[in-house]
Design a protein around this ligand. Sequence first.
Ligand code: OGA
Ligand code: NI
Length: 344
Amino acid sequence: MACVKALAESPGLTSIPSTYNFTQNQHDHEAVSEIDPEDSIPVIDFSLLTSSSPDQRSKVIQDLGKACRDWGFFTVINHNVPEKLMEMTMDSCQRFFNLTEEEKREFAGKHVLDPIRCGTSFNASVEKVFFWRDFIKVLVHPEFHSPNKPVGFSEISLEYCKRIRQVARELLKGISESLGLEFCYIERAMNLDSGLQILIANLYPPCPQPELAMGMPPHSDHGLLTLLTQNGICGLQLLHNGKWVNVNAVPNSFLVNTGDHIEILSNGKYKSVVHRAVVNNKMTRVSLAIANGPSLDTVVEPSKELIERQSEAPAYIGIKYKDFLELQQSNQLDNKSVLDRVRV
Ligand code: OGA
Ligand code: NI
């Protein structure tokens, strides 16, 4: 299937092909709220998490727990990842999308666990309506992969993803403690040393009819934590208290969300929040999501320590991460999420 970039660049394009018209089948462009400044996405100061002052650390862990409970999304500032490295990684992704169609075709994977997979839409093999998005997904841990072009992509993404793993690990320590678990609980239970990490770059070219199309459908992320950055152009929306709200990213920060496997592990205390990406008719948007998950052979289930302590019944059945991913890719879900399938 041709990429959206080529379609968007066709001369004189003033309307979208009907196969991209998202509103025919689903009434999905309801009123969207701006985030109430009194009630906006929480900001977590990463430097306090690594602080030697126990008071500062316990305060930020409380904030982190509240952010996970109330929003499932938070902005991480003072994260120590060099701004220059963030810029270079974003630039490498942009240069990847600028390769010719033919060059990109070489990386057209099919299966969810193909090490490099470049494509368009969301899950084009099962979709009837396509999404206004091109993407590349690269498995970067436990084994590092990279397309061999553009120049520098491999070196830059290797370094960037390594830095992101350090940030994710530190956040997961804080999240463990916020649940009343030992700080290394999640990294041990999820076998983080061989955890799956995926680099996902998304390209949303200008769309002549943005109100009819959708960049990425409503979905929740699998795995533990996704760290997102974008090229300064907004488009992400999340479902908060039943309303779609626009997310404004803070420069030089990460937008982090807790994934399906945090929801399972926390027995539903922390939710994997549904989000989507809308498109605009003026500027190309690029986003870069780094998904950090358990190792593929980890069976993820509600934490026994947690449910025993609180005398709760497990609200999810255990499932191996690899099986979860394969089920998600399959066309056997009739529009349900895998999370719905594993809920008791
Ligand atoms: C994702 C995602 C949102 C965006 O890659 O899972 O939700 O803004 N991306 O591109
Ligand atoms: Ni997502």
